[in-house]
Design a protein around this ligand. Structure first.
Ligand code: ATP
Ligand code: MG
Length: 329
């Protein structure tokens, strides 16, 4: 169309080294005089700016190709839905309830929070907040208590995402357990409040698979299932570097080597369940504290900018006793 502006700020989502361009027109000055572009799900331009920010936040996360692909699919679907509406075609709604399967620290909560915001800017959710709960928040102590507690949490989540961590634990104890009542209440809430909130069930892969198998009514209600695989050592190093950069610190090459070694040891240690990116975050935050103590102990009144930024190998230590090289059962 002649009056239409060219996009000035395409967002590129990197996927398997391929770049998918998401074209947004929010910061296009020409767009202000040109006829309005079809906005994301009919939302005003300012929300498209927010949308761009959130997409970038997601893209900055290391790995997670399947999540990035899903976000793009939903974006495309809603964008085309807007164009279909303009062409007088039928509007369709989709179900966005999801299951996240993965080990601790693989990004499940972070992704849920980002998706909630994303779906809000795309007009799917009215508020876009995340209510994170676990079994104890849903399951009560006497008959009727569980339904009450669960409904309360659903109410809090309306307009956003209800994220249930270790959701498989609701099936613990079988038929007589109140967890069953929580599941039934959730299923009913999904019917009663269709399109008003998104339910995300999260937990370890095997437990979640078993949970879904033993509750045959559930899988079809959760059409989106995402795997969160353990990060590789290289990905964990990228995450470490990102966290360091964001916090305005730097690592010396020797510090990088030490972090890599600690990650490898911890990943290979069968005595502890490896907590992926959370392990890296804790290691870095501990290193920042050690760095601060080291600088103060040096007694120099004004450490240089470089010293204030540089994490040295001696700052990087595990919080607990170091793991032995090999695990002997
Ligand atoms: N791909 C990633 N890129 C950058 N940072 C990440 C990535 N994945 C996770 N993190 C960071 O690691 C930390 C832990 O992530 P998160 O809490 O989302 O994991 P989780 O899967 O919910 O863990 P749990 O199952 O134990 O609740 C957060 O600080 C998060 O920002
Ligand atoms: Mg979590």
């Amino acid at each position: 169309m002649s009056g239409r502006s060219q996009p000035s700020e395409p967002i590129r989502i990197t996927k398997n080294d391929r770049q998918i361009s998401v074209v947004l027109r929010s910061h296009d000055s020409a767009a202000q005089t040109a006829p309005a572009e079809p906005s994301v799900a009919g939302k005003p331009q300012s929300q498209q700016g927010q949308f761009a920010e959130i997409m970038k936040e997601l893209d900055r996360m290391v790995g997670l190709d399947n999540v990035k692909e899903l976000a793009f699919e939903i974006y495309a679907l809603l964008r085309i839905a807007g164009m279909r509406a303009e062409a007088g075609l039928m509007a369709n709604t989709q179900v966005y309830h999801m299951v996240f399967k993965g080990n601790p620290g693989t990004g499940k909560t972070t992704v849920a929070r980002i998706l909630a915001k994303l779906l809000q800017t795309m007009g799917v959710l009215s508020k876009g907040h995340l209510v994170e709960v676990e079994r104890a928040d849903l399951v009560g102590e006497y008959i009727g208590h569980t339904a009450l507690k669960t409904r309360e949490m659903v109410k809090k989540a309306l307009g956003g995402v209800l994220f249930i961590d270790e959701a498989y634990s609701l099936a613990r104890g079988g038929e007589k357990d109140f967890g069953k009542e929580a599941i039934d209440t959730l299923v009913k809430a999904m019917e009663d409040h269709k399109n008003q909130f998104i339910l995300i069930l999260a937990g370890y892969s095997e437990e979640m698979e078993l949970f879904l198998q033993t509750n045959p009514g559930l899988p079809s209600r959760f059409p989106i299932q995402l795997d969160f695989p353990d990060y590789t050592v290289d990905e964990l190093m990228q995450i470490a570097e990102m966290m360091i950069r964001e916090r305005e610190y730097t690592l010396t090459p020797a510090t990088e080597m030490k972090i890599r070694q600690l990650i490898v040891n911890e990943k290979n240690n069968l005595e502890v369940s490896f907590s992926n990116a959370r392990f890296v975050r804790n290691l870095i935050e501990k290193a920042m504290r050690n760095h601060a103590v080291r600088l103060l102990n040096q007694g120099i009144a004004h450490p240089s900018r470089n010293e204030l930024m540089t994490i040295r190998p001696e700052d990087v230590k595990l919080d607990r006793k170091p793991v032995k090289d090999a695990y002997i059962p």
